[in-house]
Design a protein around this ligand. Structure first.
Ligand SMILES: [Zn+2]
Length: 116
């Protein structure tokens, strides 16, 4: 099961080669998917309430939306890879069924982190 979230943010990527376009300050309409997995409780017929995912993830979205990501502690080099790990680290404890985080930087570029 997955639930998607969106936020707008600016970043620059200081480890890219000199002159690379990603080194310049720019923004994205980021999207990320929170994927959970587990056994469906036969009595309930569902794995998790989508609202429970939203309750955990909304404060994280708030921390990212309309910010300059490089200024957020732990995101000094805010690549899609770093962002996926950063989000994972904040979701895994409150949502133990978490299986992966997929960060979409653009509609054709995504990065998946499965916690290893
Ligand atoms: Zn970028």
């Amino acid at each position: 099961m997955s639930k998607s979230f969106r936020f707008e943010a600016a970043h620059d990527l200081p480890t890219f080669p000199e002159g690379h376009k990603c080194r310049r300050l720019h923004g994205h309409s980021f999207k990320f998917d929170v994927i959970v997995e587990g056994e469906v409780d036969p009595a309930k017929g569902y794995l998790i309430d989508y609202g429970d995912i939203k309750r955990v993830v909304d404060p994280i979205v708030k921390r990212l939306d309309h910010y300059y990501l490089n200024e957020i502690p732990g995101l000094e080099n805010p690549t899609a890879e770093a962002l996926a790990v950063w989000i994972w680290n904040r979701v895994k404890e409150p949502l133990p069924q978490l299986a992966s985080i997929i960060v979409h930087e653009t509609c054709s570029s995504m990065c998946e982190y499965r916690g290893e």
